[in-house]
Design a protein around this ligand. Structure first.
Ligand SMILES: Cc1cc2nc3c(=O)[nH]c(=O)nc-3n(C[C@H](O)[C@H](O)[C@H](O)COP(=O)(O)OP(=O)(O)OC[C@H]3O[C@@H](n4cnc5c(N)ncnc54)[C@H](O)[C@@H]3O)c2cc1C
Length: 488
């Protein structure tokens, strides 16, 4: 029987879930508080410069294909992908950088030049990472996090020790060169925790990086949001923007509807892709499963200070993605996770999509995105933002040997307070809740409310965790649970 389903939010997880739920024959409406869709993956254009506001690394292309295959489609039916080469560059000092190319053979040569004997070690490491990828991404992450038994398979039983060790220790046992170590530790940062706190098993992220490569949707990550929107509309989903949910109506321990701008909208089932903690504040206290204490005790992924910058000239000596690891990686991690404060010498990341996509900036100009990871819940004000912009742009000029400050024709910042205002993000987190050992799979907030019937959750605070591919998977898992409960 057709059910009316209201979905809160229009991020990747909500859009993905909407497609599955509509395919199952339900009447699905997405309600997004902001004027545009995409959530943390929104895009804006100003004076001819186009900025993706969040994700920029298109990793794990197989997960996107698997999503589209569920609808007898391919990603290429909706957007075009370009494989980046180099995938990215990592800067360690003035004229001192390492380029990561788009195939393992070249990456091995790069490693060997820097540390003798490391090519073979890298090959072994990536083989192991691939084996974990095959177990995790092709299977485990598609389980709904209901029971610990989901994690116990023939394959994982053989890898038990990899849940006890950590990625950083493994890498340091194999490699000695600090630069290579930092490059290998970088991919797990996407999971939101320190490499020393991330189980060894998660080295599958290194296979995602070196084995599967870094891709770029032709006119930006927002192409994927547009693709999902198109698919959702084709499947009959309705999408309403400027629709902030103020309350979830519960009667008799059952979700009955939502209130938007004072108007009651009834629904048989409610699924929220908005941040979990925020969604529970839309319920009366007695219907909330997780307490303030619970949220405070979780390890959240970092917040971020972002700058969207338009330059009136081309930037030299830079690749599409660039990581600036010329300062102390470990100290910055301490400033995020252990003793939260604004970092003295921040690491930062920059991307220049107009290096790949000429439509991203006016002719002869460049679109730049800068990101400094910060502790969630940190103080945020204009002065601090400016101070840090000055710090990183000065370093950028030194490291890439050029002057660019006077070529800025557009600049907009986005930081913790904006994550709270724009997305209702707990403590202004950028990437949800970290994937540490104690916050993995069945230990994450549940997809189905334990207190309110017909209320479900999806998104980066649930399973499997932070990132765009996990958000797509999360949408599928939530839709499957809903479908299962409708059948029973
Ligand atoms: C700066 C940044 C860089 C990133 N880089 C990468 C990357 O390179 N690669 C990668 O894979 N991932 C990256 N990520 C992570 C990735 O973007 C997220 O994991 C993913 O987009 C989260 O999707 P979601 O559906 O869980 O949540 P969201 O995208 O946050 O969607 C939640 C939606 O709910 C809406 N909402 C909130 N409250 C309400 C309400 N009361 N009523 C109605 N709507 C509401 C919000 O406005 C939002 O649209 C990045 C994230 C950020 C912020």
């Amino acid at each position: 029987m057709t059910k009316t389903i209201a979905i809160i939010g229009s991020g990747f997880s909500s859009l993905a879930a909407s497609c599955y739920l509509s395919q199952q024959g339900n009447k699905v409406t997405i309600f997004e508080k902001n004027p545009t869709i995409g959530g943390r993956a929104r895009q804006f254009t100003k004076d001819g410069f186009t900025f993706d506001m969040g994700p920029s690394w298109y990793w794990m292309p197989d997960v996107f294909e698997r999503f589209f295959q569920d609808f007898d489609k391919k990603s290429s039916d909706y957007y075009e992908l370009v494989k980046l080469n180099p995938a990215y560059r990592v800067y360690f000092g003035i004229n001192d950088f390492i380029s990561i190319y788009d195939n393992l053979e070249e990456i091995k040569s790069t490693f060997e030049e820097i540390e003798k004997g490391s090519a073979k070690k890298l090959e072994d490491f990536i083989n192991q990472a691939k084996s974990n990828y095959d177990i995790a991404i092709k299977d485990l992450v598609y389980r709904p996090g209901i029971s610990p038994l989901e994690l116990i398979t023939k394959e994982t039983a053989l890898k038990l020790n990899q849940f006890l060790g950590n990625v950083s220790a493994d890498i340091r046992r194999k490699f000695k060169n600090e630069k290579l170590i930092q490059i290998l530790e970088f991919p797990v940062l996407f999971l939101g925790a320190k490499p020393t706190k991330t189980p060894s098993f998660y080295n599958f992220m290194n296979y995602a990086d070196f084995g599967l490569g870094t891709w770029h949707p032709k006119t930006g990550m927002f192409d994927v949001i547009r693709g999902l929107e198109k698919l959702a509309l084709e499947l009959g989903v309705t999408i309403k923007t400027n629709s902030p949910i103020e309350k979830i109506i519960v009667e008799d321990k059952t979700a009955k509807g939502i209130i938007i701008n004072g108007e009651i909208i009834n629904a048989d089932i409610i699924l929220s892709g908005a941040d979990y903690q925020h969604t529970e504040t839309l319920l009366e206290k007695e219907h909330r499963v997780y307490s303030d204490k619970y949220w405070q005790s979780r390890v959240f992924a970092p917040s971020s200070l972002l700058f969207f910058v338009g330059f009136n000239k081309k930037i030299e000596n830079i690749s599409h993605h660039a990581l600036f690891f010329d300062t102390d990686f470990n100290q910055h991690a301490v400033d995020i996770y252990d003793k939260p404060k604004w970092p003295v010498s921040p690491l930062f990341y920059a991307n220049f999509p107009s290096k790949t996509d000429l439509t991203a900036a006016p002719e002869g100009m460049e679109t730049g995105f800068f990101l400094i990871p910060l502790a969630p819940g940190i103080e945020d004000n204009e002065e601090l933002r400016e101070e840090y912009f000055e710090k990183i742009i000065t370093r950028f000029e030194q490291l890439t040997q050029q002057k660019i400050k006077n070529n800025i024709v557009f600049k907009k910042s986005f930081c913790k307070n904006d994550f709270v205002t724009d997305y209702n993000a707990y403590k202004g987190n950028a990437y949800g809740m970290a994937n540490t050992l104690l916050q993995t799979a069945f230990l994450r907030p549940k997809l189905k409310s334990k207190k309110v019937r017909n209320l479900y959750f999806t998104g980066q605070l649930t399973v499997p965790g932070p990132g765009v591919p996990p958000a797509l998977i999360s949408g599928k898992l939530a839709a499957e649970l809903i479908q299962k409960s409708l059948r029973s």
